[in-house]
Ligand binder design. Structure first.
Ligand SMILES: [Cu+2]
Length: 121
């Protein structure tokens, strides 16, 4: 490699390293947490989900038997959960506490008890 080309590459590399240090931490993409939830008559697994305040989460729902719903009224979100499919729901918890969720699609006797809890701290 010619010395002048080596010097150019060094300058370019140094400039790129400097630029990456100048990007503030807040502008970097926050790590999104993945939470997989499996539904089956008449349970969610897991039925207690602990989340960190302000950290984005991506839910992936699957049903092992019949169509279900995931409804989290305190955050105003819901999702269908269909057998053989993965449905996704993104959420960034902006308040701390315990927030119940439940199935909102009738799935048989026992549907009324199909619920769980999101715990944000
Ligand atoms: Cu149900």
């Amino acid at each position: 490699m010619k010395p002048c080309l080596q010097r150019r590459l060094f300058v370019l590399g140094t400039a790129a390293a400097t630029l990456s240090m100048l990007v503030p931490a807040s502008a970097r993409r926050e790590q999104e947490r993945l939470v997989q939830v499996r539904a089956r008559r008449f349970t969610f697994e897991p039925d207690e989900i602990r989340l960190a305040l302000g950290v984005p989460v991506s839910f992936e729902f699957t049903s092992l038997d019949v169509p279900m719903g995931f409804n989290l009224p305190d955050f105003g979100v819901r999702s269908d959960i269909l057998p053989g499919m993965v449905t996704r729901l993104r959420l960034t918890p902006d308040k701390a506490g315990q927030f119940p969720f439940h199935c909102d699609i009738f799935c048989g006797s026992g549907h009324e008890t199909m619920s769980g809890m999101i715990v944000v701290s």
